[in-house]
Design a protein around this ligand. Sequence first.
Ligand SMILES: C[S@@+](CC[C@H](N)C(=O)[O-])C[C@H]1O[C@@H](n2cnc3c(N)ncnc32)[C@H](O)[C@@H]1O
Length: 275
Amino acid sequence: MTSSFDVNRVNWDDRAAIHMADRTGSYRVSEFLAGGDCLHDIEHDEIGDVRGKRIAHLQCHFGLDTLSLARRGASCVGLDFSPVALAGARDLQRRTGLDASFVAGNVYDARRLITGSFDLVYVTWGAINWLPDMKAWAQVVASLLKPGGALYLLEGHPSLLTIDEYSEKLHPAYDWRTPPDRPIIMTEENSYTGDKDQIAHPETHEWIHPLSDIINAVIAAGLTLDWLHEHERLAWQFAPIMVKVEEGLRRPLWRLPDGFPRLPLAFSLSARKAG
Ligand SMILES: C[S@@+](CC[C@H](N)C(=O)[O-])C[C@H]1O[C@@H](n2cnc3c(N)ncnc32)[C@H](O)[C@@H]1O
């Protein structure tokens, strides 16, 4: 039987090929190869100095953020289940010579697949919505951390994910908690980058996890919450009505238009293993 992971993996193989071509400039591959950094303002402000840190980047896609962290002086391992994305990540690593390696596999198998333990487990922007079980995920995260090491998680806000992005007034369309065995099945012909290329395998299986489920899973895995933030900016144009936040040197973020009620669009947290 085809699992949700299999459905999502072939979708991500298609998307990775589209994203790596970077025809819309959304991923800033050429800026990265010219010596730039692909992090957004939010993570830049929140992660602090990563020089000398060992970082495990889960669901690293084609490695731009992993390699951006390495360019900041960290030693990184990225993990993703898409072979197409990983081939791209390894190619970028070869071209830049940065201190990063890449491992193929499912997040839930990360402890078995990745050697060593880490100062930081880094998970950002569009990762946990592909995972059915937050408790098992948090156990994996905790098992990768050194004593005193921290999880950094930055994600789309679960309240936002319940909304139908194509409705002008942003009406709720999905339940706030998705049962593990009943994922939200979506079909999207094009990726969020604005590329015109059609995704050959457009079906995806996704989950919405309430903030309380995420935080309680992290606590149940033995981590202590350092802080929790909510943000009015997001890394992708979730809905057509969203507007680009004027970009400085970093990758752009998106916000709701003026006049629309202010809502939290993203959240981030740091949680630490006892030292
Ligand atoms: C939106 S991208 C994450 C982007 C990320 N912020 C980055 O560094 O570019 C989601 C990634 O999760 C990966 N993914 C989805 N489910 C996964 C799973 N169960 N195990 C490993 N990787 C997975 C996909 O292949 C994809 O590369």
